[in-house]
Design a protein around this ligand. Structure first.
Ligand SMILES: Nc1ncnc2c1ncn2[C@@H]1O[C@H](COP(=O)(O)OP(=O)(O)OP(=O)(O)O)[C@@H](O)[C@H]1O
Ligand SMILES: [Mg+2]
Length: 237
């Protein structure tokens, strides 16, 4: 039986029945500050706990800031980095700092080549790849280029059975391009605020577009300062 992966957030994992096959592709979408990077940190923690190798592409902040977030949510990244179980690709800094560096306005083919090189370099039977946020890499690029990139990249990653999580900030990508891109993913988790403007509540929705096997109703959540995203149990069942 093939291994399956989980996010590491029980209230969401419960909605996914048998878990995610390696090769699945998850899009996390929502406004700035809603909790995408926190969710990604929990996904990394879960991956490392279950012996996966994690590759984290930092597009919005330097790897040092992501290390801080991981630490904040209970994961000490450096020992994993030393053992090659956690690898950062720096697509943020203006000057190369770490081993893997991508200047954000370089052609997307170069990014694909670097990502593939890192995937081929890391050792590990099961790999998780997180791009935080992929939308930043796509700013200012032509729609056709974005769609071609998405199609080709996700096909490659599926073929290699990589569990991919792409974070997409709302409204960074033009609407039609976003809609078409979103159909390429197996799972979409949308994070948003609901409730009244003076008392906003965080909520999420898990959708699977292809097989339609799961499609959650609205789940409310909080961000616990130690754990990260915690889904609030639905008291009405
Ligand atoms: N390193 C951290 N230390 C303390 N709190 C944090 C940390 N990272 C995130 N948080 C908390 O979690 C909330 C969600 O932040 P998060 O970084 O996940 O948002 P995001 O959706 O990734 O936003 P953006 O699109 O701007 O990157 C923040 O408002 C903050 O309260
Ligand atoms: Mg973020």
């Amino acid at each position: 039986m093939h291994k399956v992966g989980f996010l590491g957030i029980s209230g969401i994992d419960n909605t996914m029945n048998e878990g995610l096959a390696y090769g699945s592709q998850i899009m996390i979408n929502g406004d700035s500050g809603i909790g995408k990077s926190v969710l990604a940190a929990q996904f990394v923690k879960e991956g490392l706990d279950c012996q996966d190798t994690c590759i984290y592409v930092c597009c919005d902040e330097p790897p040092a800031a992501t290390r801080d977030t991981l630490r904040h949510y209970g994961l000490h990244p450096v020992p994993y980095e030393e053992r090659g179980r956690l690898v950062f690709i720096d697509a943020y800094s203006l000057e190369p700092e770490g081993k893997y560096y991508f200047p954000a306005d370089d052609p997307l083919e170069k990014f694909l080549a670097l990502e593939s090189r890192v995937i081929n370099t890391v050792n590990g039977e099961h790999i998780r790849l997180i791009a935080d946020s992929l939308s930043t890499l796509l700013i200012g690029r032509d729609s056709q280029e974005i769609l071609d990139f998405h199609r080709y990249r996700l096909k490659l990653r599926k073929k290699c059975r990589i569990l991919t999580m792409d974070l997409i900030v709302d409204e960074v990508i033009e609407d039609t391009t976003f809609q078409v891109s979103s159909h390429l993913y197996d799972v979409i988790i949308k994070l948003y605020y609901t409730g009244s403007p003076d008392r906003p509540v965080r909520a999420l929705h898990v959708g699977k577009l292809r097989s339609g096997k799961f499609d959650s109703s609205q789940l409310f959540y909080t961000i616990d300062s130690n754990i990260g995203i915690v889904v609030i149990p639905n008291l009405w069942g």
